[in-house]
Design a protein around this ligand. Sequence first.
Ligand code: ADP
Ligand code: MG
Length: 458
Amino acid sequence: MIPQEVWATVKVQLQMQMDRGSYETWVKRTEFIAYDADTATFVLGAPNSYICEMLQTRLYPKFRRMLSDTAGNAVLARFEIVREAEVTPPSDDMPLLRYAASTETTLDAPSMEELVRTPRHSGLPDSELNARYTFERFIVSPHNEMVYQAAQAIAESPGTMYNPFFMYGGVGLGKTHLLQAIGHACLQRGKKVLYVSSEVFVSEFITAIRNRTNAMFQQRYRTVDVLLIDDVQFFMGKESSQDEFFHTYNALTQWNKQIVLVSDRHPRDLNNIDERLRSRFQGGLTTDIQAPELETRRSIVTMWMHERGVEFDTDVVTMVTQPVRSVRELEGAFRHLLARATLQGKLSVAEAQTTLNRYDQPRDRITAERIIEMTAQKSAVPAADILGKKRSEIISTTRQIAMFLCRELTDLSLSQIGNAFGRSHTTILHACNKVTADIAASPAFRARVDKIRKALKG
Ligand code: ADP
Ligand code: MG
């Protein structure tokens, strides 16, 4: 990608991540000026000194990370003023600007990222809901009608119908979206909502023990009306956190408070999770989320085009929706098209094809083959041995890490991963559970997996 294209892509990503007011205030008018190859620095132009300073101090780490991710190598960013205009007076449609302007000190002010992620109408600042994950923006496919309706019913009268409500399914299929949609709807009903991933629960719990703030921790989790826990599978292998969660769970359900859980697999497959929790997870309504079929993928893309006021050629829409992809992948492909169109002011069918080809190229996408190769390389084991029958400790472990990373980084199902390794899907599941437990138990092992993951993500 040329530097202009990198910036255009990052800008589209920011547009999708930030709420509209913040995006328009901070990012929209920021332009690409130059790329200094000697120092690997993007020079970006902001419209006035105020925005320039805000970008430099608050948004810098985010910009740098996103530019580096997109460029495929570590880069820096520098901001310059392109048009010195008056500092825009705070106005109502710029909520963050007003907030920032009224905050005198820059040092103690919340980071830009915190500002962006704090939901506006939440009475509970710690509950980070993405403003875009609402019911209105969730396109229902025929397969997902039942889970969608159940989610809506729960949001309408939390704690009275299915408790818990457990949703599971593959990567990028809208689980987090639906979970947070429940959160938004409950907040609007004046309920006290807390959304966290199980990883956050675990880390807050550990911190609470270390700082002897258990009482605060319990207060935080046990006084809500609706508790939304994302990615429950990260509880696997973490016994004391599970124990604490078990008590949280009982305390809440005893008072008919709603619990909604999301996982990448059915509760019965959550190995290394205490049986008493697993059985509770299955005590309400358990339902899966399926990948959207072609018609739904088209509707989703149509919604995205509407939201951004763009309209791609029907052939382009077909081109991007035809391949079977998860919604997250579809989003990635769509962003690339949007970036290209923004850059050129229009998008021809041929350009769309080139852009998508590039997006779909193995270099950009993480495949089972790449994972196997990289894991082998980083572990100094021949890739052939990973696929072979050898069972020495080092080879088995490396093989299991590769399986685990396939599960984490690709959209492949357990049986598809099984096929890639010439093994059954239960073997893959076993490997994933083992690696998850080992990561929890050993920082060195965790570092080893992190290193491979990082290498894969480039
Ligand atoms: P998961 O948690 O299952 O991995 P997410 O909820 O993060 O997936 O969804 C990935 C992206 O796809 C999000 O941007 C989400 O808004 C979008 N998305 C997923 N499913 C749908 C859908 N049915 N309609 C609209 N957007 C969707
Ligand atoms: Mg998710």
